[in-house]
Design a protein around this ligand. Sequence first.
Ligand code: HEC
Ligand code: HEC
Ligand code: HEC
Ligand code: HEC
Ligand code: HEC
Length: 377
Amino acid sequence: MNRKLVHSAMACAALLVASASLSPAAPIDPSATCGECHKDIHRMWSASAHARAMDDEIFLEAYRETKSGEGEEVSRQCLACHAPLTAVNADWGLAQKITWEGVHCDVCHGMVSVDMAGPNPRPVLDIGKVKRGPSKEAGSSAHEVAYSELHTTALACAPCHEGSTADGVKVMTTYSEYLASGAAKEGKTCQTCHMGKTRANVVDPKIAREAAAEVNLHEVPGGHSLEQLHKALQVALDPKRNGDSLLVTVRLTNKGAGHAVPTGMPGRRVILDLAVRSGTGAAFEGKRIYTKTFTDTQGTTITRDSKYFTKGLKLEADTRIQADERRTETFSFPLPAAATAHVTLKLHYEHAPTGGPENRTWLTFYSENRTLPPGGR
Ligand code: HEC
Ligand code: HEC
Ligand code: HEC
Ligand code: HEC
Ligand code: HEC
């Protein structure tokens, strides 16, 4: 840990999430208190994955499994991203109600900088009277306000969207995938695509008389949102006959996501599903899976989200479609030239955090049909 940061942290009661021994000068307000004035933003944040990051059965099950299987040290790593106030309040026992608020408003708006010196980006927090935000003009009598350039950049998202295991295996690389993308070079940030502007009140008009303004969407829609998935990939389907074969070419171009598709915690999959039916009843299938696969020390493929931060992890394959990449898939089916061909292409997004169908998300975000009449020789 950077000594200077710890030192200055002690001097001004700033907090480094990495350190557990410091406690804040005053108790942190529940997000509902911020919501008394920032009503619209609080409502949007409450519907986000950030608000659910801790208080969510899928995470909790994985967390308990990690704690009993891997021990306290590894499980604290989970909390650094899913319930960052545990470190701020040294609440490793999860006794405080505020801990359960996950990625609380003050985690982001109390962020002063991001320490990139170690293996993983770390937020430097100073949670107190000053709320840091994107506006140079904002002023409030409720709390002090400071303009923060950090909040307008992707770096503000790095502490939790980039992470490796204790022995240095890169598990989650959304931030570095983004840095290498054309979107980053064009000046787009995570906020451009995940916190798009929407009309709402920054502050409840009953409290501050202000007209509805352009407010940043705090719902941060991601891979579980059909709307986002629709933007991610450009698709071109091209079936052709070649004598008694049907050749199908599918081109997928990742132009809409400023990172790989899928991104984030490994185990999320995008599945290309091709079905060909002939007029005479013959049926064929083609399939491709885009995902990042890890194995454990025994060489067994990991299928549960709770296992990705364990020791001895090994990257087996990464078939995801990287930012700006164009992937061409070709398939050949034995289909008589005299038969009609019905071709159906589907793309699905799958996330099965516990490996089985129990908690599975399955979204079909693309579907296209083509019919080729019987072709001559
Ligand atoms: C994951 C981090 C994160 C969390 C959690 C978060 N915010 Fe924000 N907030 C931001 C960022 C980043 C911006 C600026 C986005 C931009 O300008 O592109 C912002 C903008 C704002 C603004 C300025 C008005 C606007 O929308 O542009 C206010 C006010 C605000 N947030 C309040 C809150 C409150 C209240 C909560 C909790 C209910 C909260 N935020 C939770 C990151 C966060
Ligand atoms: C009593 C009302 C009130 C409460 C409670 C309140 N705020 Fe604010 N806040 C305001 C007002 C008013 C502004 C100024 C808005 C402006 O000028 O656009 C503001 C501005 C902000 C900004 C700066 C936005 C920017 O555009 O840069 C952030 C960030 C923020 N508040 C976060 C919070 C958080 C987090 C909490 C809870 C811990 C909170 N606020 C509680 C009234 C309040
Ligand atoms: C303090 C940690 C933290 C910070 C900072 C943070 N996030 Fe997150 N984010 C998380 C966690 C944890 C989840 C997953 C919650 C869950 O599903 O359990 C998440 C989920 C997401 C998702 C996925 C939503 C979904 O439904 O699939 C998006 C998109 C996202 N964050 C965007 C952002 C952006 C943009 C920023 C920067 C402005 C940011 N995050 C900053 C911790 C953080
Ligand atoms: C050019 C737009 C764009 C930019 C820039 C961008 N994203 Fe995304 N993001 C998307 C789209 C579209 C999806 C849905 C497809 C997918 O899951 O990959 C997505 C999905 C996600 C997910 C959901 C993963 C899942 O499968 O549940 C997370 C988390 C995320 N982005 C975080 C970030 C972070 C953090 C940054 C900045 C470092 C960022 N994104 C930059 C467009 C963008
Ligand atoms: C570096 C930050 C980080 C760490 C460390 C981390 N996570 Fe996550 N986790 C995320 C983010 C961000 C997402 C969701 C978005 C994505 O896929 O990028 C997520 C998603 C999840 C999900 C899926 C939740 C859902 O509702 O779909 C589970 C389960 C999960 N994490 C469990 C864990 C466990 C258990 C640990 C500790 C062994 C852990 N995470 C460590 C950041 C982190």
